[in-house]
Design a protein around this ligand. Structure first.
Ligand code: HEC
Ligand code: HEC
Length: 235
């Protein structure tokens, strides 16, 4: 019951946000989901219906979240599908504690997660080009921090080509979001903030918040493959 309530609440918030932020694109939120579901062949929910709810936050340029602090919601268009699926699953299982994304992931089946992940990997593709080297060099102190935990060994030399598709592309992601994410890996024993991840937990703990912020600012300033794709024209 509590779970159902949370889900409904999240849906209500998400649709209110969508309408408040994007009056020009009314086909969003649960109403649009219902329409999409009806239109899909064989009664299966269409991909348009599955992502309708996401657009209200992830499809609006500069859209900010205010929990646990103010930061821009992450870009997910152009992110790799395996990572998107891993992240959504982590919210669903509670390894990632962000309450809104937990509530949303709870409503998604495994099939939904896989469909949505595949969709966002392709969404906005080709708008940006990255070179093998990062688009700018870090300052000497930031270079030393990146070196200390060998960030490139997993996230790739340009931070857009991770060694495994379940690892995120981080180049050009919003730096305020990267900072919130890195701090979350350090946060433990908090019911609503934190990320439980063996790999990044051990890494983030080696750094002060000021150091995490310096790295986030650098990574966010790079050219990357992630975009916010506001367009809501489905064929
Ligand atoms: C009410 C606003 C809102 C809505 C609606 C929303 N999200 Fe999110 N999303 C966020 C915020 C804020 C975060 C950052 C959470 C955190 O700090 O972990 C996030 C994080 C994510 C992440 C993790 C990104 C990363 O780089 O790790 C993914 C993937 C994601 N959302 C996918 C979705 C999908 C798919 C939907 C629709 C089914 C959706 N979101 C709907 C606000 C929203
Ligand atoms: C051993 C491999 C490895 C190394 C080294 C590594 N990372 Fe990660 N990183 C990962 C994985 C795997 C994830 C996804 C964790 C999850 O699912 O939450 C991740 C996630 C992240 C995220 C969250 C991105 C998002 O969209 O939410 C950031 C930011 C990040 N890493 C930055 C760094 C930085 C900065 C360094 C160096 C100080 C670093 N990583 C070193 C593997 C690594």
């Amino acid at each position: 019951m509590t779970k159902l309530f949370t889900t409904l609440f999240v849906l209500a918030v998400a649709s209110a946000t969508a309408h408040a932020q994007a009056p020009a694109a009314p086909a969003q939120g649960p109403a649009a989901q219902a329409q999409g579901a009806a239109a899909a062949p064989g009664g299966a929910k269409s991909i348009e219906a599955k992502v309708a709810m996401c657009i209200g936050c992830h499809g609006i340029k500069g859209y900010q979240a205010s929990f646990p602090e103010v930061y821009k919601v992450p870009m997910i268009s152009g992110q790799s599908a395996r990572y998107i699926a891993a992240a959504l699953t982590a919210y669903k299982t509670g390894d990632r504690k962000h309450p809104t994304m937990r509530g949303i992931s709870d409503t998604l089946s495994e099939q939904d997660i896989n469909d949505i992940a595949a969709y966002y990997e392709q969404h906005g593709k080709g708008q940006t080009k990255v070179t093998d080297k990062p688009s700018r060099e870090p300052s000497a102190p930031v270079a030393a921090l990146l070196q200390k935990a060998a960030c490139v060994s997993c996230h790739g030399a340009n931070f857009s080509k991770p060694i495994d598709p379940s690892y995120p592309k981080i180049a050009g992601q919003h730096s305020d979001y990267l900072y919130v994410a890195l701090k979350a890996y350090k946060t433990q024993n908090n019911p609503t903030v934190g990320r439980n991840n063996g790999v990044m937990g051990a890494i983030a703990q080696q750094f002060s918040n000021a150091e995490l912020k310096a790295m986030s600012n650098y990574l966010g300033s790079l050219q990357g493959e992630l975009v916010t794709q506001p367009e809501n024209r489905f064929r």
